[in-house]
Ligand binder design. Structure first.
Ligand SMILES: Nc1nc2c(ncn2[C@@H]2O[C@H](COP(=O)(O)OP(=O)(O)OP(=O)(O)O)[C@@H](O)[C@H]2O)c(=O)[nH]1
Length: 196
């Protein structure tokens, strides 16, 4: 990646947290909200951060330096993470977008830095491959992917894995798998966070 390339951070917070039972963005780990871990991991590496919030949460995100809070493009509300990615790309132009969800509170700035340094022109996305699985929500996307995403949203093909099959992906291996732990249910919270 050209060191002058503008990188915008995207925090996906537009989900319903149905399995968790309450909004995961405001679940606590060591007195910090989950979404704050995503902010912290991104902050030093990006020019600006866009939080794409669920409409019930927009006001709850306090005014944050460097971060703007938006909602999914109305046309695609309820369409899942890809709609969030698209809405952020429409809001702020950049060369690369670094995406994070709000439910991976173990993610560290150094992993974000490893992804950044893996970015290469010629690829559409930089995707971690952890323990045999792709991680499309802790990943980088080039601006040129926006057209493909718009096309998929219009066709209601909403799978991020489906997107990866249609673009040129550089996979990054060797990252710390513990940082990719994803809290979906209360039982995940008890297993990975409460016991700490
Ligand atoms: N902007 C946006 N983000 C979303 C949307 N759906 C999910 N996300 C985010 O994508 C990430 C991963 O989503 P999930 O793990 O499925 O979270 P969720 O949809 O809130 O959880 P469930 O309702 O239990 O499926 C989380 O950070 C969500 O907030 C959406 O429609 N728009």
């Amino acid at each position: 990646m050209d060191s002058k390339s503008k990188v915008v951070g995207i925090i996906l917070a537009g989900g319903q947290s149905k399995r968790y039972g309450e909004q995961k963005a405001f679940a606590l780990k060591e007195e910090k909200y989950f979404y704050q871990y995503s902010l912290h991991a991104l902050q030093q590496y990006v020019e600006r951060i866009i939080i794409i919030a669920h409409p019930t949460l927009t006001k709850k995100f306090s005014s944050l330096e460097k971060a703007a809070v938006i909602e999914d493009n109305k046309e695609y509300q309820g369409f899942g993470p890809m709609a969030g990615l698209f809405s952020a790309m429409e809001t702020e132009e950049a060369v690369w977008y670094m995406v994070l969800p709000i439910d991976t509170p173990f993610i560290s700035p150094s992993t974000i830095n490893k992804l950044l340094t893996s970015a290469e022109d010629g690829y559409d996305a930089i995707i971690p491959h952890i323990d045999g699985r792709d991680q499309p929500l802790i990943a980088m996307y080039h601006q040129k992917v926006k057209t493909k995403i718009r096309e998929l949203l219009k066709e209601k093909k909403l799978s991020m894995y489906g997107l990866l099959q249609q673009i040129s992906v550089k996979y990054v291996e060797g990252l710390d798998e513990r940082e990719f732990i994803n809290i979906n249910k209360k039982s995940d919270y008890i297993k990975y966070i409460k016991q700490e």
